[in-house]
Design a protein around this ligand. Structure first.
Ligand code: ATP
Ligand code: MG
Length: 398
């Protein structure tokens, strides 16, 4: 396709909830710009704020493939609801019309004569046509050229035209962004990251609400293989696309698990272990200035996640424990894991450290006093701080 009338490609971003932030909006927008810059560090882009829209300008002569790659990459940044590949054309109604004709020429919607609409906005009132006039002009030309039916209430193809100060932006249907708030605008958290399906989705959900997260994985090493570590690493790498600069710490947990088993309370072992994980995580969080823990718990999913057992875990630490999947069905979690690209990693085989302690008949309502007794024998707080000393760091430079 030759881009004769289309001008230069760029990328336009429509923001979501940030727009509702009133006086704090500027802070959120700054954070978003910094996050966009980090995500697009391999590209040359110039980020410009245009009335509630963020425009990403590319160097003159940039090809459409690069613009598409930028659009795809930036659609992983939280705080954006829609991403449009757009064209910058001259502020001249006849140029805009020609460009619109070319813009839609090869689309499947035109091929099947799908209903369409033109939506114009005139930000610069010096432009000779009002937006309704521009709609009619361009819409009429598209209708005549391609025989498309107009449908203003439910179009399958929308041609959007934004008349700005220096140029006109032209674009069709965009791709959805992730929504949410810019990572970092809600502070820091630490995700307890297994190799399973749930915790990566929990991490994604909290990042989407603006929490910058680091990751802590408990490995059964030296009594298990390191497969679960590779999985955790691969999962964090995938999730890093959504925030950048992620850190993964691995706790060698096998010996501590052995001590828990030695306490002889098989039915309580999983909950006792979970409390020790939480205590260790709280210590790591304190050292790295995270103010919340995040887990993939979902009410009733497994025996350690009955309401009573969740309550028994809650009291192990003072930090808030965020459980974004608490009210989700497993099938919903799985479909989200598929969408965000973690499912195929989670489904790889591994030797989960938790299987070391699983009981045939696990307690469904663990009592705090029983757990405290085990913890006194273990000296759990001291053990948690030793475990926090023993973590190994994995840095991700994506
Ligand atoms: P997941 O799919 O996230 O492993 P799950 O349904 O298997 O969850 P559990 O194994 O009971 O549930 O774990 C509940 C939560 O405890 C996990 O979502 C995770 O946050 C944390 N967790 C469990 N095992 C580990 C581990 N080895 N390292 C770090 N966190 C863990
Ligand atoms: Mg698990």
């Amino acid at each position: 396709m030759t881009m004769t009338a289309l001008g230069e490609p760029c990328v336009l971003l429509k923001l979501g909830e940030i727009i509702l932030k009133g006086k704090n909006r500027e802070v959120f927008e700054q954070r978003l710009r910094a996050n966009i810059k980090l995500a697009l560090k391999d590209y040359q882009v110039d980020i410009r704020q245009r009335h509630g829209v963020v425009a990403l300008f590319l160097p003159e002569g940039t090809g459409v493939e690069v613009a598409e790659a930028v659009a795809a990459r930036v659609s992983e940044v939280f705080g954006i609801v829609l991403v449009h590949l757009a064209w910058r054309v001259d502020k001249d109604p006849s140029v805009v019309t020609k460009a619109a004709l070319e813009l839609v020429a090869d689309t499947p919607e035109v091929a099947r004569k799908a209903p369409f609409a033109v939506r114009s906005r005139r930000r610069d009132k010096r432009f000779p046509l009002r937006s309704s006039e521009l709609d009619r002009l361009v819409g009429g030309e598209l209708h005549d050229a391609y025989g498309l039916p107009v449908n203003l209430s439910n179009p399958e193809l929308t041609v959007s035209i934004e008349v700005d100060r220096d140029e006109v932006f032209l674009y069709t249907n965009g791709r959805p962004g992730q929504g949410g708030l810019p990572v970092g605008s809600s502070g820091r958290g630490l995700v307890l990251m297994s190799g399973g399906i749930d915790s990566p989705v929990a991490a994604y959900r909290m990042m989407r609400r603006g929490l910058r997260v680091d990751f802590l994985h408990f490995s059964g090493i030296p009594f298990t293989t390191s497969e679960s570590i590779y999985k955790a690493y691969a999962l964090v790498r995938r999730l890093d696309a959504f925030q950048g600069r992620s850190r993964l710490w691995v706790v060698p947990f096998g010996k501590a698990q052995q001590s828990i088993r030695a306490s002889g309370q098989d039915r309580l072992a999983v909950i006792a272990q979970r409390r020790l994980m939480l205590k260790t995580a709280a210590e790591v969080a304190r050292r790295h200035k995270a103010s919340a823990l995040v887990t993939g718990d979902s009410l009733g999913q497994v025996s350690s996640q009955t309401m009573a057992n969740i309550a028994a875990q809650e009291s192990a630490v003072d930090l808030p424990i965020l459980r974004p999947l608490i009210g989700m069905d497993k099938l919903e979690v799985i479909s989200e894991a598929r969408r965000i690209g973690t499912l195929e990693i989670s489904e790889l085989p591994d030797e989960d450290c938790c299987t070391l302690l699983s009981a045939r008949n696990p307690e469904l309502a663990a009592k705090i006093e029983d757990l405290k007794l085990i913890e006194r024998r273990l000296d759990a707080d001291e053990l948690a701080s030793q475990l926090a000393d023993s973590i190994q760091a994995y840095k991700l430079d994506s």
